[in-house]
Design a protein around this ligand. Structure first.
Ligand SMILES: [Zn+2]
Length: 241
């Protein structure tokens, strides 16, 4: 669904959605106006560095840590490694980012026993979701004592637009309840955000929907299906103050 597609972005040029979700913790999702944020898309690495620096400045942080995303089920802790190979980046406050263009950008926010924030940026595409990256990220935070977990899903391709072969739809729907569906034009489809929400809620995580939008329908976002290779938006979370 293209919720909000007729509105101008209420959160400024770089951000589609930005909110202080708890004292000292901010969640944000960029729009295409923030520029392409991924080195693996397109060719202009200098532009990506410039976009990332501008985004960090706008957020008021030195930098965000990104991942080398591989549609897998590995979670890594934010640290010195510039871009760990992972699809969930866990943090105790350090700014972390996930890049997407149709996959679901998922941000988790909770609290550790020492009262530091428990944060994660998660890349929930079709293979990663089926492999269990969402439940893995939640489990890894809880292993360290995280409580009061809440989740924000950002812009992704919606269940009325993400057409897939019938066999793929059925395979994924069997593994991830809630994903099986039909496009608005009547062909087999997967609803990735519904699958993410189902897994989170089954795990006792409070899920917020107010940052969702359809990347395929809404040209303010990058969509791999609509325009392959053009760029990536980002889901972001950081602690401050
Ligand atoms: Zn859609």
């Amino acid at each position: 669904m293209s919720r909000g597609s007729a509105e101008s972005a209420p959160y400024g040029g770089l951000f589609w959605w930005r909110r202080d979700v708890r004292p000292g913790v901010t969640v944000a999702f960029t729009q295409a106006a923030a520029g392409n944020l991924a080195f693996h898309v397109g060719e202009d690495g200098e532009a990506v560095r410039r976009h990332r620096a501008r985004l960090a400045a706008e957020a008021g942080v030195p930098s965000f840590q990104y991942m080398s995303q591989v549609h897998g089920c590995e979670a890594a802790w934010a640290g010195d490694d510039a871009a760990p190979t992972a699809d969930a980046l866990l943090s105790r406050g350090k700014p972390v980012a996930v890049m997407v263009a149709d996959c679901v950008p998922l941000v988790l926010v909770g609290q550790f026993p020492d009262e530091r924030p428990a944060l994660a940026a998660v890349h929930a595409g079709r293979p990663g979701l089926a492999a269990g990256i969402v439940t893995e990220a939640v489990a890894r935070l809880r292993d360290e004592g995280a409580t009061e977990l809440e989740a924000w899903l950002g812009p992704s391709i919606c269940g009325r637009c993400y057409e897939v072969p019938e066999q793929m739809r059925d395979q994924v729907a069997e593994i991830v309840p809630g994903t099986g569906g039909t496009t608005s034009w009547g062909t087999p489809a997967l609803d990735l955000p519904a699958g993410v929400r189902t897994q989170l809620e089954a795990g006792g995580v409070v899920v917020h929907r107010d940052a969702e939008a359809c990347t395929y329908e809404d040209a303010r976002f990058f969509s791999h299906r609509r325009a392959p290779g053009v760029g990536r938006i980002a889901g972001l979370v950081w602690a401050h103050g």
